[in-house]
Design a protein around this ligand. Structure first.
Ligand code: AHM
Ligand code: MG
Length: 331
């Protein structure tokens, strides 16, 4: 018999599923597979300084960036867990150029597609700062059983069935939404399970933290520079605090809990910014909106962007609604 009120992730998802008589449990199984891989990756991240898994792996990813060993390990772990689970039909990963089709007999009825950034913020691995995994779940559009098409994969963010992230920080947390608010679960390593620690998270409507790589200031559009100047010198309230780790999950997570704005804008060299729509912007935008915040490119709601390629990028302004509205007003 349960003697306290600890709610595990599995229990929470089962309870949510029971509210939908038509749910067949596939989404719960996907969470089971993500949770399993997250625990493995968590173990590897926690011993990163102890074993020989630090440092550049000597290859570059499809976007021409250094790949660390842990990126590869995390990618393999999530793919393997989701493939063996048999409850999704395809995966797209920030670490891979093309669709990873899952063709096992187990998944012949699978309707779900996963988009995953297995280890975001990987430049922080070597310096023991927080990193994370970001994921989205979509339903395929084409009939179950046939080949997954590009049209199935390139769906707008509004079509996400679920999205979440795992932050490997001072503790390990899994934060997610299925469109019914945002809940966070903290890994209790003594029992090996994620337990509900932050129910129904709402991002404060205002905050005093702005997160942007100000080292790129000279590269920004004038409207972005003007907003940053406002944050530095605001006369109508105490100046904001700048907080930027360079690890989106960590910067986002702090702002989600404390209130703040996260910006990765267009620059002269990268007019679409750096962050990827399918792997970073859409899942974080879904969580932001579900927590009561706003996520925009500055011109367009991120969840309404039409994807045209797996690895496309877009400018990002997301966080506390009043702060995002203020930032957009400078455009
Ligand atoms: P990655 O997917 O290669 O790790 O890059 C994404 C990361 C984000 O976590 C973070 O917000 C951003 O890159 C930081 O970029 P920059 O160093 O240009 O500020
Ligand atoms: Mg990334």
């Amino acid at each position: 018999m349960r003697t306290n009120k600890v709610i595990s992730l599995s229990q929470f998802i089962a309870d949510q599923q029971n509210k939908f008589p038509d749910a067949n449990g596939d989404l719960s199984k996907i969470f089971r597979d993500i949770k399993f891989a997250a625990k493995i990756v968590n173990r590897d991240v926690r011993k990163a300084g102890l074993v020989d898994i630090l440092g550049a792996f000597g290859t570059v990813n499809v976007q021409g960036e250094d790949v660390k060993k842990l990126d590869i390990i995390a990618n393999e772990e999530f793919k393997s867990s989701l493939t063996l689970g048999g409850d999704c039909c395809a995966i797209i990963s920030e670490e891979e150029e093309n669709i990873h089709h899952i063709e096992t007999t187990l998944n012949k009825d699978s309707k779900y597609i996963i988009a995953i950034d297995p280890l975001d913020g990987s430049s922080n691995i070597d310096v023991n700062a927080s990193i994370g995994t970001i994921f989205s779940v979509y339903k395929r559009k084409s009939p179950i059983g046939g080949p997954v098409t590009m049209d199935d994969v390139l769906q707008k963010g509004v079509n996400q069935v679920a999205a979440g992230y795992i932050i490997y920080g001072s503790s390990t947390m899994l934060v997610f939404t299925t469109g019914q608010g945002v809940n966070a679960f903290t890994l209790d390593s003594s029992i090996g399970d994620f337990c509900l620690s932050h129910p129904n998270i709402k991002i404060p409507t205002d905050g005093n933290i702005y997160s942007v790589n100000e080292g790129n200031y000279d590269q920004f559009e004038q409207s972005t520079k003007n907003y940053i100047d406002y944050c530095r010198n605001s006369m109508d309230k105490k100046p904001y605090s700048a907080r930027y780790i360079g690890s989106m999950v960590a910067d986002f997570h702090r702002n989600l809990l404390k209130g703040g704005i996260f910006i990765y804008p267009s620059t002269k060299d990268s007019p679409n910014g750096k962050l990827r729509l399918m792997f970073e912007s859409n899942p974080m935008a879904f969580i932001t909106e579900q927590a009561g915040g706003i996520a925009t490119t500055g011109d367009t709601r991120i969840l309404e962007l039409e994807p045209t390629e797996i690895h496309q990028r877009n400018p990002v302004i997301m966080g506390s609604s009043n702060m995002v509205r203020k930032a957009v007003s400078f455009r």
